[in-house]
Design a protein around this ligand. Structure first.
Ligand SMILES: CC(C)(COP(=O)(O)OP(=O)(O)OC[C@H]1O[C@@H](n2cnc3c(N)ncnc32)[C@H](O)[C@@H]1O)[C@@H](O)C(=O)NCCC(=O)NCCS
Ligand SMILES: Nc1ncnc2c1ncn2[C@@H]1O[C@H](COP(=O)(O)OP(=O)(O)OP(=O)(O)O)[C@@H](O)[C@H]1O
Length: 197
C-alpha cells in the first residue's frame, strides 16, 4: 500500500516515518531527495545555476541552501521557479525508489502533498501529521536553530492545517504525544489499513 505522509514544517513527519520504518515500511523522503539533487554534482545543480546564477552555488559546488531559502520564502515567484526544477526530478527519483521496494507499505514523506496536487493520485492513503502552529515554530527553532521569522515565513507558504486535514484519510495529532504512544498509533493504523486492503 502506498501512503502519502504530509504535515507542516516541524509537525513530526520524520518522527512518524521512523515509526513506519520500525514496522518494516519503506520510507521515501522528498526533502532528502531534494537535498541529494542539490549536492555538488547533483542533477539539479546545472539547472539551478542557469536559472538563478552561479551565486546560488556554495564554494563546494552544492546549493547555497540558506541563500536559496531566504530568496524562495521571500519571493513566491522564485520559490515556484525552484519547485519547477526540483519537483519533476523528485517525482522521477521517488518512483524509482518505490519500484525497488518489496515492503507491504511504502510511505512517501512529502511536505507539499496537499499543495502540489500531483501526489494525491499516486498514493492510496493520505496520512496527515498535525500539531499547533506554535509547536511547529518551537520545534524547528530548537532543532535547526532557525529564527522565529524564518519558520513563520515557511509556514506562510504552506497549506493551512484545515486544508491539510480535509485531505486526510487519517490524522495523527502529534501534540504532547510520547514516542511510544506515537508508535502504537501507527501500529493501529497499519493494522486497520491492512484489513481494509
Ligand atoms: C528552499 C530550500 C533550498 C531550503 O533548504 P533548507 O535546507 O534551509 O531547508 P529544508 O530543505 O530542510 O526544508 C525545510 C522545510 O521547509 C519546507 N519547504 C521546503 N521547500 C518548500 C516549498 N517549496 N514550499 C513550502 N515549504 C517548503 C518543508 O516543510 C521542509 O521540510 C529547500 O527547502 C528546497 O530546495 N526547497 C524546494 C524543494 C521543495 O519543494 N521541497 C519540499 C519537498 S518536495
Ligand atoms: N511526539 C514528539 N515528542 C517529542 N518531540 C517530537 C515529537 N514529534 C516531533 N518531535 C521533535 O520535533 C522536531 C521536528 O520533528 P520532525 O523532524 O519529525 O518534523 P518534520 O515534520 O519531519 O520536520 P520538517 O518539515 O522540518 O522536515 C524534531 O526535533 C523531533 O524530534
Amino acid at each position: 500500500m502506498r501512503i502519502g505522509l504530509t504535515g507542516g514544517i516541524g509537525s513530526g513527519k520524520s518522527t512518524v516515518s521512523r515509526c513506519w520504518q520500525a514496522l518494516g515500511a519503506t520510507v521515501i523522503d522528498s526533502d532528502a531527495i531534494a537535498r541529494e539533487l542539490t549536492l555538488a554534482g547533483g542533477a539539479a545543480m546545472p539547472l539551478i545555476v542557469a536559472e538563478f546564477g552561479a551565486s546560488m552555488q556554495a564554494a563546494d559546488g552544492a546549493l547555497d541552501r540558506l541563500r536559496m531559502r531566504e530568496l524562495a520564502f521571500a519571493e513566491p515567484g522564485a520559490r515556484q521557479r525552484l519547485e519547477s526544477i526540483l519537483h519533476p526530478l523528485i517525482g522521477i527519483e521517488t518512483e524509482v525508489r518505490a519500484q525497488a521496494s518489496t515492503s507491504d507499505f511504502i510511505v512517501f514523506d512529502v511536505p507539499l502533498l496537499v499543495e502540489s496536487g500531483r501526489w494525491r493520485r499516486k498514493v492510496e492513503r493520505v496520512l496527515v501529521v498535525d500539531c499547533k502552529l506554535s509547536t511547529q515554530v518551537d520545534r524547528v527553532m530548537k532543532r535547526s536553530g532557525w529564527e522565529r521569522a524564518a519558520v513563520e515565513a515557511v509556514i506562510a507558504q504552506q497549506a493551512s492545517r484545515a486544508r491539510r486535514r480535509a485531505a486526510a484519510d487519517a490524522v495523527i495529532y502529534n501534540e504532547g504525544l510520547s514516542l511510544e504512544r506515537l508508535q502504537q498509533q501507527i501500529e493501529g493504523l497499519a493494522a486497520h489499513w491492512r484489513r481494509e486492503a
